[in-house]
Every structure is written in C-alpha cells, then in structure tokens.
Design a protein around this ligand. Structure first.
Ligand code: PGA
Ligand code: ZN
Length: 422
C-alpha cells in the first residue's frame, strides 16, 4: 500500500517549472513520474495549475500544485493499494471534483497517477509496459519524427507546426530509429547547402525560415532521397498543422494570406496529392466540427486524420467525433486528461470505433519515458516523441530500444500495419 508521496517543482525542457512526484510503497518499492507541458495547448484540455505569482518564474511556478499533493492528495491516498490504479484515479478525480481538474491541477493529479503505476510495477518486479499491457505488450510503435519545427514551437516563419518523417517499412524499431537519424543528418546537409539555418526548435527539429510550407516538404523529400531511402514506401511524411493556432475570425492564416475553411481543405488535399503524406494532425481548428467532417469525407480513406486539440484525449470529445464521423485517429497526451485510467479508456474507445492512437509527448518535456512504455503496453502502433536531437526526446527512443531488446524474438515493429488508412 501507499506509504508516502513526495512532490517537488522541477524544470522541463524549456526551463519552465513542472511537477514530479515519488510514490513510496510499504514493501519498499518507489515510483517516480514527471509531467510534461504544452505550448500549442487546446482550450479543452484539463487544467494545468500554475501559481500566477509573477515574482517567481514569471508566474509559471507550480508550488500550489505541489502543496495540493502534500496537503490534499497524500492524506487521501496513503494506505490505498497501488495495484488498484482505477480506484486510485477515481479517488483523485473525486477529490478534485471539477470537470477539468482545475481544483487540484491536472499536473498534480497526473504526477501521482503515473508515479503510483510505476511504484506498482516496481513492486511486482515488472517493466511498466508489461504491467500495463500484459503478455500482449510486444508491438513497437512507428515513430512520427518531427524534424522541421514551425508554429508555436519555433521562432521562424513556418506556419505548419510539425513536419514529420515516418520510417514506415523498417524491419525493426532499432532500424526505424537509424533511418530517422540518417535522414535527420541528411536534412542538416540539405539545409546548409541552401544557406538555411540548422538551429533547432522545441521538439529538436530544425527551425529554418522558409518561403512556404511546400518548401519544407520539398526539402524533406530531398533529404530522404539523399540519405538513400525511397520517399514514400520506406520513409513517408506526416504533418501536424496545429490549425487551431492558424484560425482567426473564421479564416485560416498561412503562407502569408487568409483562407476560407473550404480553401484549407483543398490545400490539404493538394498536399496529399503531391507528397507521400500518411497522416495529418489538426488539419483544422479545435471547434470547426463541420469542416472537420467535410475533410474526413474528402481525405479519410486516404490518410490518417488525427485529432489533437480537437479531441484532447477526452472520451466525451472523442465520442462526439465518432458520432459525427470526424477524423479517424486520436493523439494521446496523458496530461490533456490527467489520469492514466482515463487515458487508457480513451484509447480503448478509439480502438472499438476504428480510430488509431498515437501516443504523444508535449513540446515541454522531461527525462520521464512513460510514453514509450505506454505505446508498447497499448499496442498503439505509433508514437510521436520529436526529432533525432535533444535528450528529452531521445530518452523515449532509447527506452524503446531497451524494450525491443528485452522482448527479443517476441518484439514486432508495427510498420504500416495498423497505421490506419493509406
Ligand atoms: P504542444 O504541441 O505540446 O505544444 O501542445 C504538441 C502537438 O501539438 O502535438
Ligand atoms: Zn498536435
């Protein structure tokens, strides 16, 4: 049972405060979890509690969330069985009492939820992916690697937030990682040849100034081919438009002009026609349901259409999407909803309705590698954890290498299977 919980304010990969919690069990096992933080956050996400005290960290401190753990969560959870994750998470949800975890803070709640699961896995001497996924936890995810950063993740002029490479037909996860790294190196060379900058953005991808979104795609095609891979069959492309950030007064602003929702659909269709794109995330804004439905009718049988700000890992929002026929895939971010149990429920709801899941990091990350284990545990088949630089991104890839090695002959790389419609 839970004996003690410690919480503290630490820093994320942007140097901003976030929370970590350690759960101690009576048998001696300990679980440590750290919580990430977004920049292009959806307005329907669970509440991230910050102090708002401008004398510390520009108001971004998380001492209130730490105190909520120490004074409210600890007295409630001490003595509970750490193996009963559903009961733990329900207790946290009830203790908070709000619809979006605004009272205790989703950051406080998630730190404890995850640290409890890790302590339980440690107590059983089981790796986290197996504790959560059982014997069927043997599928290594395809990484969607964000190698050109724009939008809210970089200070360049590129509108689309993420240009990703997808080593779709690699034989193993380790080989997928090698392909990605080689393309990333090749991309650096291509950018230098064109006199473009190779400084990186929040998720470790390059962040050059470019003439258009298409220029980024052209550069990626060249980088893939120059690394010796076939662009499309071997290494495909994926986008996170993060269109909520582009949406102003009913129009989408990109490539220096305002476009109607219908023009945005036509634009995305033209990109899919011209490039080997297998997945588009948040191609439209978080509340533009009607245009989302049209986009799904138009492109849903050709590419994966992923809801991030749209669904915010929330079963209620995903339900609405399923009912309306919106999207065919969901981005999964633990801190958008705030507990492990609700996250697993959302993935399950998607699965039962033919929606693929991509387990995802945030742009503000830590060295915590829980999402790597979660991706294997849920057989999600896909992970989004950034570029091939910056150790808070690489930590997740390295964890997957270890899991693949540990599974040995049992390991299966997801590849194109289960990737959704293509
Ligand atoms: P965020 O971006 O973590 O800054 O919200 C990630 C994403 O949009 O997928
Ligand atoms: Zn996104």
């Amino acid at each position: 049972s839970i004996e003690k919980i410690e919480a503290r304010e630490i820093l994320d990969s942007r140097g901003r405060p976030t929370i970590e919690a350690e759960v101690y069990l009576s048998g001696g096992a300990v679980g440590l979890a750290q919580v990430p933080s977004g920049a292009s956050t959806g307005s329907f996400e669970a509440h991230e509690l910050r102090d708002g005290d401008s004398s510390r960290y520009g108001g971004k401190g998380v001492l209130k969330a730490v105190i909520n753990i120490e004074e409210k969560i600890v007295p409630t959870l001490v003595g509970m069985n750490a193996l009963e994750q559903v009961a733990i998470d329900r207790t946290l949800i009830d203790l908070d009492g709000s619809a979006n975890k605004a009272n205790l803070g989703a950051n406080a709640i998630l730190a404890v939820s995850l640290a409890t699961a890790k302590a339980a896995a440690n107590a059983l001497g089981t790796p986290l992916y197996r504790y959560l996924g059982g014997t069927l936890a043997n599928v290594l995810p395809v990484p969607l690697m964000n190698v050109i950063n724009g939008g809210a993740h970089a200070d360049n002029n590129v509108d689309i937030q993420e240009f990703m490479i997808v080593p779709i037909s690699a034989p193993t996860f380790a080989e997928a990682l090698r392909w990605g790294s080689e393309v990333f190196a090749s991309l650096s060379a291509v950018l230098k040849t064109r006199g473009l900058l190779t400084g990186v953005g929040d998720e470790g991808g390059y962040a050059p100034n470019l003439k258009s979104n298409r220029e980024a795609l052209d550069i990626l095609m060249t980088a893939i081919e120059q690394a010796g891979y076939n662009a499309g069959d071997q290494v495909a492309l994926a986008l996170d438009v993060a269109a909520t950030e582009l949406f102003k007064d009913g129009q989408y602003i990109y490539d220096g002009a305002a476009h109607s929702p219908n023009a945005m659909i036509d634009y995305l269709v033209s990109l899919v026609n011209d490039y080997p794109i297998v997945s588009i995330e948040d191609g439209l804004s978080e509340d533009d349901w009607q245009t989302w439905k049209q986009l799904t009718e138009e492109l849903g049988n050709r590419v994966q259409l992923v809801g991030d700000d749209l669904f915010v890992t929330n079963p209620t929002r995903l339900h609405k999407g399923i009912d309306l026929g919106v999207g065919n895939s969901i981005l999964i971010k633990l801190n958008q909803i705030g507990t492990l149990t609700e996250t697993l429920e959302t993935i399950d709801l998607g699965k039962r309705n033919g929606y693929t899941s991509i387990i995802s990091h945030r742009s503000g990350e830590t060295e915590d590698t829980t999402i790597a284990d979660l991706s294997v545990a849920t057989r999600a088949g896909q992970i989004k954890t950034g570029s091939l630089s910056r150790s808070e991104r690489i930590a997740k890839y390295n964890r997957l290498l270890r899991i693949e090695a540990e599974l040995g002959e049992q390991a299966v790389y997801a590849g194109a299977i289960g990737f959704g419609p293509r």
